[in-house]
Design a protein. Structure first.
Ligand code: HEM
Length: 166
């Protein structure tokens, strides 16, 4: 359908991703460095443990993760049909805010709560699982260590009950 093509293109553009569907391995090689940088910085001082936000690499890393993730979502017809064309930049911004705030970063989430935002979309567990799968693929691409990956997924997992309606 023309509409879904348009949606797809816009999502892909917004995400600065390649247009090769779910495969975005070569999309933004520089981003690997942004995300991986968090691993190599190390703790100069043995102070309080760093927040997940910092361990992920801060705002540039979170933005790179969301962009790659949205590129994958855009290429997945089982979940992309509900996204409104004009809302993708706003969605991107809110996802960045959400992840930034949830991981202890200096951001305020300005969107609706998860239940309100997804009410009536009839999102299924399978769709939720697909979305998590895309996020895992993104985190693996950026070589996010399993500790940080687990912590991030652990923050998002409990949202399932507010998002899925089946
Ligand atoms: C952990 C899982 C998820 C998180 C963290 C999440 C997060 C968000 C956020 C932050 C927004 C923006 C809310 C606002 O604008 O006030 C949003 C909107 C939306 N989400 Fe989700 N979401 C999740 C799962 C899903 C799934 C599984 C689907 C569909 C299969 C989905 C479809 C949508 C749609 C269609 C919108 C509205 C986009 C628009 O306004 O154009 N979400 N989501």
């Amino acid at each position: 359908m023309g509409r879904s093509l348009l949606l797809w293109s816009l999502l892909a553009l917004s995400a600065c991703a390649t247009t090769s569907g779910a495969t975005t391995e070569d999309a933004k090689p520089a981003d690997d460095k942004k995300v991986a940088a968090a691993e190599t910085k190390g703790d100069a001082k043995a102070e309080a443990p760093k927040k997940l936000f910092e361990r992920l690499g801060g705002k540039p890393a979170v933005e790179a993760v969301i962009d790659d993730f949205l590129g994958r979502v855009a290429g997945d017809e089982s979940i992309n049909s509900g996204f409104a064309v004009g809302h993708v930049p706003r969605l991107r911004q809110r996802l960045v805010e959400l992840v930034c705030a949830a991981t202890g970063g200096p951001c305020t989430y300005s969107g609706r709560d998860m239940q309100t935002a997804h009410a009536g979309m009839k999102i299924t567990n399978a769709q939720f699982d697909s979305l998590v799968g895309h996020l895992v693929a993104t985190l693996d691409k950026f070589k996010v260590p399993s500790q940080e990956k687990g912590e991030l997924l652990g923050l998002l997992g409990p949202m399932r009950g507010s998002i899925v309606e089946e």
